[in-house]
Design a protein around this ligand. Structure first.
Ligand code: ADP
Length: 268
């Protein structure tokens, strides 16, 4: 059974992150006071990149787990595994993060089962402990340990929302798509395309975003604009890059795809 080496969770180079508001200062203060942080915002708007940047700034490893409905408490804290005719305890990613004073990031926390989420509760209050029930142990989190979760309020339904008893344990930082000028700068930097082209892609994204809830469930993310720009930079034609990266991922409805292609033609 392989065990994680915590050094693997550290970035060697500072990740590029362009601050949008005062999120860097807010996060630093929260980290100093050991307050758990919730990053709220649509998919692909920079939450993960922000956290990678903050982990680098604070010189702490970052352990990330993407939540899904089959994620169990044992997947997070660890379990006994059979080794020959013996059983051996293997720490899960949360236990590793607590022991090593890392930043632990639970991505898309609403996707996880409610009974799984309960395991993080004692880490979010003054106790800052992690109970390893199956082992009959309790681990105290060191100063550097920080718990961060993300969620996309756009996807929430009455059936799938974060419980108040969980929500109210976090300082909540709201993320949205960066303002135009900043988004343009990010697209240029991440893809290498020129500014006038980046500006047009961002303008198109703005138009597509204004169609949210008018046939589109979600607006186009910064991530998708960057994908389109990267394809353009690989000499794929502009309309095709936009179609495969900024239109098709948003909808399967051919008539809406057609309308979005018309919006594209009006800009390019
Ligand atoms: P999320 O975690 O919100 O789903 P990501 O952090 O993965 O989204 O963001 C998607 C991509 O958008 C990143 O890989 C990065 O290229 C880019 N990005 C978004 N916002 C920023 C920002 N403020 N500074 C730098 N890159 C950004």
């Amino acid at each position: 059974m392989s065990t994680y080496k915590i050094g693997e969770f550290k970035h060697k180079k500072q990740p590029f992150y362009l601050p949008v508001n005062n999120e860097v200062e807010l996060f630093e203060s929260a980290a100093k006071k050991k307050l758990p942080v919730l990053l709220k915002g649509p998919t692909g708007c920079g939450k993960t990149r922000f956290l990678e940047y903050m982990a680098f700034q604070l010189n702490r490893p970052l352990v990330t787990v993407a939540c899904h409905e089959d994620l169990t408490t044992s997947d997070l804290v660890g379990r006994y595994l059979l080794k020959g005719d013996q059983t051996e305890w293997v720490d899960g990613p949360l236990t590793i993060a607590v022991k090593r004073g890392a930043i632990f990031y639970l991505d898309e926390v609403v996707e996880a089962r409610k009974d799984t989420i309960v395991v993080i509760h004692p880490l979010t209050d003054d106790r800052r402990i992690l109970p390893l029930e199956k082992k009959g142990e309790m681990i105290e989190a060191p100063e550097e340990f920080l718990l961060v979760v993300s969620y996309n309020p756009g996807y929430q339904t009455i059936l799938k929302d974060l419980k108040q008893s969980t929500k109210q344990r976090f300082v909540s930082l709201e993320f949205g798509f960066p303002p135009r000028e900043k988004e343009k700068e990010i697209v240029c930097k991440e893809s290498g395309i020129n500014e006038p082209l980046a500006e047009k892609l961002v303008e198109l994204a703005g138009k597509i975003r204004s169609l949210k809830n008018k046939g589109l469930e979600e607006g186009v993310s910064t991530r998708l604009i960057i994908y389109a720009a990267q394809l353009i930079n690989q000499n794929i034609s502009v309309p095709e890059s936009i179609k495969v990266a900024m239109i098709n991922p948003l909808t399967d409805d051919h008539s809406i795809q057609k309308s979005l292609e018309e919006v594209t033609v009006s800009i390019f």
